[in-house]
Design a protein around this ligand. Structure first.
Ligand SMILES: *Cc1c(COP(=O)(O)O)cnc(C)c1O
Length: 381
């Protein structure tokens, strides 16, 4: 029925998912799947995490919605939690409902704070599909039908400091990038790259915005990916795993970069108490169960296992924490489909890369199962 009702925008998988628990999903025929990315990195604490479920139940009996024009206890608690884990100098929070909205807000804050117009993003970056965020997203596949986009955007190659140095100027409001490219193919930066970006931004008074929407909340083995690289950005965009699977986006910013006039930006549902309660429970769970460190350990194990796959089809396995990519010499779509038929859901990232973003509560046994199935399917023609 959904197929006749919904506007046809998604590459649908031929199944109806009705239930989830931890790293597992179940379809309407009772088949079980290990979720290595059906959630696009949105369930770091696992599907229907019991502590998130309890927080949701309790908050929805208290208050579901109140706009940000009023103070609220649940929202205050969540913001406090968020700035505790982001640390200095990221101390001011704006809440919205999705990743792309967080990017839109960050771009407006940066233009507002600097009075400048230019934004630099990365050629393989992905920041969302609304017109501002889309202007930062480079891939023509997303942009083509919608030009002209917002003026002032330029793109440079990720990992290439000289290219950034040549482009950045005293009219650059912001540089926006993912610390590890997700959609772009699970690509890690050269070790000193982010430090170099930081220095160039400092030199030109440019706001350094990190899009941690996919890399955040323990995904890469640290709470946020920038912690691997010895820098702090001026602003981070968050969403996906921020609230245990409920929709939320956030910008956390250094104080001096986010002073817009009153009502210059806003969101009706942003920061509603219901989602904030889920967000607090989710962050608490990540901290209490050491999910970031767990993601680092299991990620290394997963990566080693991918590297040990004995197949001439594999070009490279790479990743950070439980954000993993397996680049093939051939297209990945057929193998992803076969994996699905064998009880493992994974994602593409470009044409040749299989991407694995399992909940951080995945077990070693489940990883072994994934590897076993993967070995089988990449052997097949
Ligand atoms: C998913 C994603 C977005 C967009 O988030 P939505 O919640 O889908 O709007 C932006 N940036 C990155 C890095 C993402 O992974």
């Amino acid at each position: 029925m959904e197929s006749t009702l919904s506007i046809d925008l998604y590459n649908k998988r031929p199944m109806t998912i009705v239930r989830g628990s931890g790293a597992l999903l179940y379809d309407s025929n009772g088949n079980e799947y290990i979720d290595c990315g059906a959630n696009y990195g949105t369930s770091n604490v696992g599907h229907c995490n019991p502590e998130v479920v309890a927080a949701i139940k309790s908050q929805c009996e208290q208050l579901i919605y109140i706009p940000s024009t009023y103070y609220n206890d649940s929202r205050a608690k969540f913001m406090q939690k968020l700035v505790e884990i982001t640390g200095e100098p990221l101390k001011k929070v704006f809440l919205c409902n999705s990743g792309t909205e967080a990017v839109e807000a960050a771009l407006k804050f940066a233009r507002g704070a600097t009075g400048r117009t230019d934004i630099i993003a990365m050629t393989r970056g992905f920041h969302g599909r609304t017109l501002g965020a889309l202007s930062a997203t480079h891939n023509p596949k997303y942009r083509q039908s919608f030009e002209p986009l917002v003026p002032g955007f330029a793109h440079v190659s990720f990992g290439n400091l000289e290219a950034l140095e040549a482009k950045i100027s005293d009219n650059t409001a912001a540089v926006i990038l993912e610390p590890v490219l997700g959609e772009g193919g699970v690509i890690l930066p050269p070790q000193d790259y982010l430090k170099g970006v930081r220095e160039l931004c400092d030199k030109h008074g440019t706001v350094m915005i990190l899009d941690e929407i996919q890399t955040g909340f323990g995904r890469t083995g640290k709470m946020f990916a920038y912690e691997h690289y010895g820098i702090t950005p001026d602003m981070i965009c968050l969403a996906k795993s921020i609230a245990g699977g409920l929709p939320m986006g956030a910008v956390v910013s250094a104080e001096h970069f986010c002073n817009l006039p009153k009502n210059a930006h806003g969101s009706t549902f942003g920061g509603n108490p219901f989602v904030c309660a889920a967000g607090t429970a989710s962050i608490d769970y990540i901290i209490k169960h050491n999910l970031a460190a767990n993601s680092g350990d299991l990620g290394l194990y997963f990566l080693e296992s991918l590297r040990n796959l004995d197949s001439p089809r594999v070009r490279e396995a790479r990743g950070l924490g439980l954000m993993l990519g397996l680049e093939l010499k051939t297209k990945s779509a057929g193998h992803l489909k076969e994996l699905m038929q064998n009880g493992v859901l994974a994602l593409p990232a470009g044409k040749n890369v299989m991407r694995f973003l399992p909940p951080l509560v995945i077990t070693k046994d489940q990883i072994n199962f994934v590897i076993e199935k993967l070995e089988q399917v990449i052997k097949n023609d």
